[in-house]
Structure formats: structure tokens, C-alpha cells
Write a protein that binds this ligand. Sequence first.
Ligand code: DX5
Ligand code: ZN
Length: 226
Amino acid sequence: MRPLVILPSILASDFAQLGAEVQAVVEAGADMIHIDVMDGHFVPNITFGPDVVRAIRPVTDRMFDTHLMISPADPYLEAFAKAGSDRITVHAEAGPHLHRSLQAIRALGKRAGVALNPGTSETAIAHVLDMVDLVLVMTVNPGFGGQKFLASQLDKIRAVKAMIAGREIEIEVDGGITAETAAQVAVAGANYLVAGSSVFKGGAKAYAANIAAIREAAMRARGEKA
Ligand code: DX5
Ligand code: ZN
């Protein structure tokens, strides 16, 4: 079993206080920070680019897990790497040359991830498993926070787990993760849990309890002592 990691998604934070929000979730127990980049083309929403990543980089030394929901992604990989992303995840659906995108991320000295939309089969990434450090199984259609978890993706998590067959690859889930769904995805085999609304609800004083609830539910489901 690979280590359990909780990654708050700053998409659900107060953008007017972005640096303080990152600091607050780190103090509340975030293992890494998940950064959602959207282009209004690959997904129907727009968020932020490399300059925002650079602006929050000095706030923490926790890893920045950068989820690129942009197409094309290749022209921007270097900018995100230089801005301070530690892992860069591209969507399998974002371009015609997935293997080349992953090669480019690794050539920049960064960890590489590949994401699958709910409608994409795990077979789309069978040819790149030696090129990735992480597989992201989207548990909502990407573009917005606060959507309902798609239980149909549990089978895909199990299939990815079987496919990676002992390789050192993390299985990440993103979308609709709460204490309740965290237990389900952990049992299916996910060990990197991204959570936006369920972490940032209730204001900064609630963040530690929110993160702990997700972590403890997943740990119990994995048979670990919470
Ligand atoms: C959705 C983003 C997610 C989003 C998840 O497109 O990739 O990271 O922040 O938000 P919640 O946890 O609220 O579903
Ligand atoms: Zn995301």
C-alpha cells in the first residue's frame, strides 16, 4: 500500500487571500497543495496561470501538484516548471501526443502525472505507464468545484490499480471527495486524495478538522489506525 496523501485544492479557497489560504491549509495538515489550471477551452472555466503559482511558491515548501486542464498543454509546461510546480499533470485527452508531453515534463526535472476524464477508459494510458509518477482518475467532469462524486469511477480506480501492477505510481482522485467518498476511493485503491469544497468549508478555523475527517476515514478504510 502506498502512503496516503491529502491535497487541498485551492480552487475552493478565497482568491482574495490566496497566500494566507495556502498557509492556513498547510498549518491545518495538508500534505501537498493541488493547483487547478483551467483555460476556458479544454474545460468551461478559467482559473490562473504560472504567475499565480510563482506568487504563492514562497508561502510553503509543500509540493505543488499542478493539474493542467488546458489544451494544448505543451507550450506551457516550462512556465509551470519554472514557476515552482513539483508535479505537472496533463490530461490524456488534451493533445495528440501524450507520451511527448510526459517526456517534456520529465525533461524539465518534474514529476509527471496523467489525468483521465470520467468518459475516458484507463486503456488510454496503458502505453505511458513507464512515463508517469501519478495517474489522476477524475471523479467529476473537470471544470468546477463542488460537484457530485461519480461512483461510476470506482471501477476505473480498481482497473488502474491492477494495471500499474506494483509500479511506483500514485493513484489520485479529484472531485467530490468528502470523508464518505474518501473511504470508497481508498478501498478501491486511490492514495492521493484531492479535496476542494470539503476542506475549505467553514472558514480557516474548520480546515484542520475537515482535513482530519478525510484522512481518518481513508485510513480506517485502508485498515490503518486513524
Ligand atoms: C475540478 C478540479 C478539482 C476541484 C475539486 O475540475 O480539478 O480539483 O477543485 O473540487 P471539489 O473537491 O469541491 O469537488
Ligand atoms: Zn484538480
